[in-house]
Design a protein around this ligand. Structure first.
Ligand code: 48F
Length: 257
């Protein structure tokens, strides 16, 4: 016999248990796109307590959509190490140094790799602000996405974290929420967000690793957010840089834990 109320209790109990555990995370990553998932995977592999909050219902950010909705992504030579480590199949393209992979397989294996490594991923949660103490980031402020979408006047809750990674892509939402305060200065040439440059894959992919850094005490940027904050170009459906940027953000934080 199956009891409907036991099903409800299982959902509520296990769901709230995960959210409760998330309230005291070592690292919070905002955004479950390729860079955020990659960072989470490399942190959790080393036993670090990491929570990823994803605003959308689906995870993967821009990865599953490939290019113009064709389920293919391009990877350059440097990104292959990450692809191989996750068991993602890839094929060399006609021109040397370019490889293709299925965007759905890549997203699924990256997600499965992160979950198997122990990452806690909670979707339908929007990070709407950060917590700051002694001029350092010490957590994030979250709300349920449907509440945010409906613009309901409902208060959010706070989540503690030693480090936060902004992996929200082009919109750099975490950094934007921080600099709403006029007194805040980022570790960028202008002290604010430099803004993303026009499409140029060569430069975008090269600069993304040096742009993956601590932009404010205890707040790191990765993926497209890193290039947007530091004024580097966007790069379309080539994903090696995103995966390597996530790995670098994880490395930088591991050095400090
Ligand atoms: O956009 P997204 O895939 O960022 P990424 O990891 O990768 C960029 C590529 O997809 C592509 C590219 C390749 O060269 O340029 O664009 O840098 O993933 C960002 C994720 O963050 C979520 C959003 O739904 C998406 O899944 N997100 C954005 N804002 C918030 C958020 C927020 N405030 N709270 C929670 N999640």
């Amino acid at each position: 016999m199956i009891d409907d109320i036991i099903i409800s209790r299982a959902i509520l109990k296990r769901g709230f248990e995960e959210l409760l555990k998330a309230t005291d995370s070592k690292v919070v990553i905002v955004g479950a796109g390729p860079s955020g998932l990659s960072a989470s995977y490399y942190l959790a592999k080393d036993g670090i307590n990491v929570t990823v909050f994803e605003r959308a219902l689906k995870v993967g950010g821009g990865m599953p959509g490939g290019g113009i909705g064709l389920p293919i992504i391009v990877i350059q030579e440097e990104g292959l190490e990450v692809i191989k480590g996750l068991g993602i199949s890839y094929k060399p393209f006609e021109e040397k140094g370019y490889y293709t992979a299925d965007s759905l397989e890549s997203t699924s294996k990256l997600l499965a790799g992160a979950i198997d490594a122990g990452v806690r991923i909670i979707n339908l949660i929007t990070v709407e602000d950060v917590m700051v103490r002694d001029s350092k980031i010490c957590g994030v402020v979250i709300n349920r996405t449907p509440i945010v979408m409906a613009s309901l006047h409902v208060d959010p809750i706070s989540i503690r974290a030693k480090f936060v990674i902004d992996a929200t892509g082009h919109d750099t939402e975490v950094v934007k929420s921080l600099i709403k305060r006029k007194s805040i200065k980022l570790n960028t040439p202008s002290g604010g967000i430099e803004g993303e440059g026009p499409m140029w894959a060569e430069v975008g992919e090269k600069s993304i690793l040096s742009n993956t850094r601590e932009v404010f005490p205890n707040l790191y940027v990765t993926g497209m957010a890193a290039n947007a904050v530091y004024g580097a170009p966007r790069m379309g459906p080539i994903f090696g840089g995103m995966l390597l940027s996530g790995r670098k953000a994880a490395q930088l934080i591991k050095e400090r834990l």
